[in-house]
Design a protein around this ligand. Structure first.
Ligand code: FES
Length: 132
């Protein structure tokens, strides 16, 4: 049912855990299934220097969370915002159609984290729009 890549992200997640003293945190839950993801970011000069996740959820949600972190690491905030669920599905080697929605959880959590960082008064200098 799941691809080897999905199972590998699930069994050996490289980005599981939390970041102490993160620059941004974003959360997203799915009310239908109760799954929940939290993403932690360390940001320098609008670049994601470190990213970790905590996910309570199904195999696909955990694999997708790890894949999201892999795709987001070292990206600028602007680039990270462009990651789509399709990129995640590709990264995990495809998902069964009924599990594709699990890949959306991380996208939304990441966007919440980036939004909270950009809107934070201490980061209000519009750095994100300087072309990074
Ligand atoms: Fe809820 Fe996978 S079943 S995110």
């Amino acid at each position: 049912m799941y691809s080897e890549k999905t199972l590998n992200h699930f069994r050996n997640p490289k980005f599981a855990g939390e970041i102490k003293d993160p620059d941004a945190v974003g959360e997203q839950g799915n009310v239908k299934c109760g799954d929940m993801m939290r993403v932690y970011l360390k940001i320098e000069d609008n670049v994601i220097k470190a990213v970790r996740f905590q996910t309570y959820g199904c195999v696909a949600a955990i694999a997708a969370s790890d894949a999201l972190c892999k795709l987001a690491e070292s990206k600028t905030l602007k680039e990270a915002r462009k990651i789509t669920y399709k990129d995640i599905v590709r990264e995990v080697g495809g998902l069964p159609p009924i599990k594709v929605h699990c890949s959306v959880l991380g996208i939304d959590a990441l966007k919440h984290a980036i939004d909270s960082y950009v809107k934070s008064p201490k980061n209000q200098e519009g750095k994100e729009s300087k072309g990074k």
